[in-house]
Design a protein around this ligand. Structure first.
Ligand SMILES: [Zn+2]
Length: 86
């Protein structure tokens, strides 16, 4: 597989990158440090990457504002707890 000079993780489509971005926010508490907020098409490799710059991705923003992110975070936390117990 071709690699990108940026050494960032590559996503073949915008949709996959957006889903991965939401997934990342579900699993990590980025807090004030920001973390990735959007995806962009890279001109070096032709794939999509995360970026912490620019305006927030609409899907991610909708996800947070609708409260879905909170629900998913809670579900994820429960999943972790259950896995630890068994
Ligand atoms: Zn690239």
């Amino acid at each position: 597989m071709k690699t990108c000079p940026s050494h960032k993780r590559m996503y073949p489509t915008e949709e996959i990158a957006e889903d991965a971005l939401i997934e990342a926010h579900t699993r990590f508490e980025y807090g004030k440090q920001g973390g990735p907020i959007a995806v962009y098409l890279c001109s070096d490799c032709g794939h999509f990457h995360f970026t912490s710059q620019g305006s927030p991705n609409k899907k991610l923003k909708d996800h947070i504002e609708s409260g879905k992110m909170k629900t998913q975070k809670q579900a994820y936390q429960w999943e972790l707890k259950i896995k630890k117990r068994f």
